[in-house]
Each structure stands twice: as C-alpha cells, then as structure tokens.
Ligand binder design. Structure first.
Ligand code: IMP
Ligand code: MG
Length: 194
C-alpha cells in the first residue's frame, strides 16, 4: 500500500472539525426526532466510521441496521452509474422512521436508487444524512436532509472513505492527486522488477 503522503492533495476537513460537526448533526437529529423511535441505516462500507460516531451523539432511542450498495468498483474513480445491491436490510422498515447514513453523495444515483427501493416498503418516514456533499456533480436530484460538509469536485479519502479499499482509518478527510496515486498492481509490478 502506498503512503498517502505521496499522493495527498490537501486536507479538506481535519479531525476536530469532523468531531464538532458530527456532534452538531447528532444534536439536530435528536431534536428533530424527539419523542420518536429511529432506525439508523448505515450504508456500508464508507458510512461505517461516520455512523459509529454519529450514533454516539444521539440522545433518542434508536436501532441500527446496515445495507450495502455499490456504484464505484475498485479501480474506478468516477461514478459508473450502475448501482448494485450487495446485501439488504434485515429489519422490516414498514411504519418505521428511517434515517439513511451515507458517506458521500456525488452523482446522486446510489441514493436515488436506495430511496426508491426503500419507499416501496412504506416506512413512516425516510430521510438522508450524508457526511459529504459533492453538489456540483449531481446528475439525479435527491433530497438530502442533513449534510456534514460540502466538498469540491475532487476524489476524497479518509474517515471511512477509501481509495481501492485503503485509507478508511484516517481521522481526517483529504483530497487525492490521482496522478501521484499508484494502484496496488503497479506497486507490485515495481517490486517484481527490482
Ligand atoms: P453517487 O452514486 O455518484 O452519488 O456516488 C456515491 C458513492 O460513490 C459514495 O457512497 C461513495 O461510496 C462513492 N464516492 C463518490 N465520490 C467519492 C470519492 O471522492 N471518494 C471515494 N468514494 C466516492
Ligand atoms: Mg458509498
């Protein structure tokens, strides 16, 4: 795995700014759903870190479920437009208040797809909380109820968000200079040529 310091473009959101904003979102959500029960749906895998931190700032009763959709495959750095359901919820959401927690909304295709799918199951309410919004890249309109930060049209990583499955553990969110980023296969090729 390449050291991220070799390809980092800039830190877009540092760890303390993330923590502050996640606390604000948790407080806002707790206020908006006061007196209600909530089902948090973590969108795997990019939403794991954000969901784990966000739920610790919730003061209302809530339960957790996960689902996995993919639109970007390993080695693709632009939305493919193809959305695949890898695995579905275990919870019956009929009559429940559902809040989807996602890492990034980019073209909007992933969220539009999942929202359409979940609406047919007749939840009491269905809302969306995203950590990052790449507003200018929207191809499909989607209503996002809670946004952590707006980010520019750059490939980002860290705080749950990956590049080819790596770098999710970083406490900050940074943009990548993809010209400097080397794919795993190229690194291995370099080693075998030495
Ligand atoms: P959309 O369907 O185009 O809105 O893409 C949303 C999904 O693409 C997100 O849930 C992310 O998994 C992924 N994605 C979009 N932009 C980035 C990025 O800059 N870095 C890593 N993943 C991204
Ligand atoms: Mg995702």
């Amino acid at each position: 795995m390449q050291d991220y310091r070799e390809f980092i473009d800039e830190v877009l959101v540092d760890a303390s700014s993330i923590e502050k904003r996640v606390a604000e979102l948790g407080a806002q959500i707790s206020q908006d759903y006061a007196g209600e029960e909530l089902l948090i749906v973590c969108m795997l895998r990019g939403g794991i870190t954000f969901t784990a931190d966000l739920t610790r700032f919730l003061t209302i009763p809530h339960t957790l479920d996960c689902m996995s959709l993919s639109s970007y495959g390993v080695g693709h750095y632009a939305s493919s437009g193809n959305v695949r359901v890898n695995f579905d919820l275990m919870t019956n959401i009929e009559g429940r208040n559902v809040l989807l927690v996602e890492d990034i909304v980019d073209s909007g295709r992933t969220l539009a797809h999942v929202l359409q799918m979940l609406r047919t199951r007749e939840p009491k309410s269905l809302k969306v909380c995203v950590l990052l919004d790449k507003k200018y890249r929207r191809e499909v309109p989607v209503d996002v109820d809670y946004v952590g930060f707006d980010v520019p049209d750059k490939y980002v990583f860290g705080y749950g968000i990956d590049i080819d499955e790596h770098y999710r553990h970083l406490r900050f969110i940074a943009s990548a200079d993809l010209k400097k980023y080397k794919k795993e296969a190229d690194l291995n090729k370099g080693l075998s040529e030495k």
